[in-house]
Design a protein around this ligand. Sequence first.
Ligand SMILES: [Zn+2]
Length: 96
Amino acid sequence: MGIEEPWYIRSIETKNDEVHVYVAVRDGEKLPCPECGKLRKRAGYENKERVWRHGDCVFFSRSVYCRRPRVDCCGKHGTKVHLLTKVAREKERVSA
Ligand SMILES: [Zn+2]
């Protein structure tokens, strides 16, 4: 799935032939600003939990859940939502 530090898999549940993957960010880690890439301190999380549906992996379909942390870029880029993976970042750029 291509998770990058400081993201980690918090738990995995299997229900009704679906795999539910819960991911989170390690406490106390700085996160890169999505605009300039500088490491900044975290500014809480967005309110809503997000779900990504991944293509079926062999027999199961997979859903990935997370609340994305916000990054405070010291007034420069303001408060941004940190994205899960490079793939998610590129997808959001394309669809934005
Ligand atoms: Zn920035």
